[in-house]
Write a protein that binds this ligand. Structure first.
Ligand SMILES: C[S@@+](CC[C@H](N)C(=O)[O-])C[C@H]1O[C@@H](n2cnc3c(N)ncnc32)[C@H](O)[C@@H]1O
Length: 202
């Protein structure tokens, strides 16, 4: 059965706010993390690839994961259109599945965490999927009042994130915060943060 994201996929890139949030996130990550040329990158909740394709010239391999077939269809079309052989995507639902262990140098996830009910579970799975000293970069809504999604809150599990609470979850799961700031103002009222955390050596 088609989910809400399947139905939105074909017009996803037409909303300038989405494109700008993704661009700001990509630029912030590139500013804060150096030497990415050999990186295996995972874009979790990749959607149509607004974030992924911003990294094609900067990393070695990119994997996009998402549970929406509609989104993955658009993503796959772009891989073909841009003739890329270092980018792939796969269907994955984080609520039901683990991620491959010790596989990525950088996991990026933009505007997806608020759709995932169990934040701790996602961050724990991300930690296991990262190689030693790997990075997790999250872009999402700062705490909001539930009015960000103008088409209703179906599928929205969190009205943004409180910095202290998310920091605590990251630290409890073996991450050290290296950057956490609001980097963009969406629709004039909704700050979007970028958090970059590094997996501590065990
Ligand atoms: C708001 S969109 C963001 C898409 C993209 N990152 C961007 O910035 O344009 C959230 C994405 O997360 C995906 N998603 C939501 N819940 C998911 C889950 N449990 N497992 C995998 N993907 C999920 C949706 O299908 C959707 O593509």
């Amino acid at each position: 059965m088609a989910n809400k994201f399947d139905l939105l996929a074909s017009n996803w890139d037409q909303k300038s706010t989405r494109v700008e949030i993704a661009k700001t996130f990509v630029n912030t990550v590139k500013e804060k993390i150096s030497k990415m040329k050999e990186f295996d990158l995972l874009d979790y909740g990749c959607g149509t690839g607004l974030v992924s394709f911003g990294f094609v010239d900067d990393v070695k391999n990119i994997t996009g994961m998402d549970f929406s077939e509609g989104m993955l269809e658009v993503y796959s079309k772009k891989i073909k259109e841009y003739n890329l052989n270092n980018v792939k995507c796969e269907k994955h639902n984080i609520n039901d599945n683990h991620l491959p262990q010790n596989s990525f140098d950088l996991i990026v996830t933009s505007m997806t965490l608020h759709h995932i009910k169990d934040t701790n579970d996602f961050i724990s799975k991300a930690n296991i999927a990262l190689k030693s000293n790997g990075y997790l970069a999250i872009s999402d809504l700062d705490k909001e009042d539930g009015t960000f999604h103008d088409r209703g809150n179906d599928g929205v599990e969190h009205f943004g994130f409180d910095k202290e609470q998310l920091t605590a979850i990251l630290e409890q799961n073996g991450f050290e915060i290296i950057f956490y700031e609001n980097v963009y103002m969406a629709k004039e009222h909704y700050p979007i943060f970028c958090a970059i955390a590094r997996k501590r050596e065990s």
